[in-house]
Design a protein around this ligand. Structure first.
Ligand SMILES: Cc1cc2nc3c(=O)[nH]c(=O)nc-3n(C[C@H](O)[C@H](O)[C@H](O)COP(=O)(O)O)c2cc1C
Length: 149
């Protein structure tokens, strides 16, 4: 079974809620999973797990959530070429029609540009509360778990 770090940035709690569900579902699959706020994380934490799930909402015209943005900046000199990632992005097209869920695109690009291994698909959530959150997360987690087997 895999060890999984869910590293998230959330201002209003929506991303945290989604990550709670992700945590619950991976634990139910007998993986070891922990959830950690970006503001309490250091770049070295990512390498200590088989999979690091990066989750962030989008703010300010297509930017990462503040704490996730600072965390990603702090990783700039970190070698992640041996690490495996998956991405969760949240957004809402009522705030911005040009940069909808841009957090997902930024996190995907960060992993790829730094030669990390990116599992797919990325979980993209537009608008909250999310209808059928458990079902959606389960479906996504199943796809990711297959690749960890
Ligand atoms: C001031 C503000 C700016 C936002 N800008 C964007 C944006 O550029 N693109 C987007 O897709 N969502 C945007 N959003 C929507 C948030 O990403 C969305 O509400 C998300 O669920 C918040 O998650 P959180 O509670 O975990 O921080 C914005 C929300 C606020 C309040």
């Amino acid at each position: 079974m895999a060890s999984i770090l869910i590293l998230f940035g959330s201002t209003g709690g929506n991303t945290e809620l989604v990550c709670d569900e992700v945590l619950h579902i991976f634990k139910a699959k007998n993986h070891t999973a922990v959830m950690q706020r970006a503001e309490n994380s250091s770049p070295d934490d990512m390498g200590a797990y088989d999979l690091c799930i990066l989750a962030s909402s989008t703010y300010g015209q297509g930017l990462l959530q503040d704490h996730m943005r600072a965390f990603i900046k702090s990783c700039s000199s970190k070698n992640i070429s041996g690490n495996t990632f998956a991405v969760i992005g949240l957004g809402d097209n009522k705030y911005n029609t040009e940069y909808i869920i841009e957090s997902a695109a930024i996190l995907e690009k960060t992993v790829k540009d730094n030669d990390g291994t990116l599992l797919s698909p990325t979980l993209r959530i537009n608008k909250t509360p999310v209808p059928h959150l458990e079902t959606r997360v389960k479906k996504w987690a199943n796809e990711i778990a297959k690749q960890l087997a």
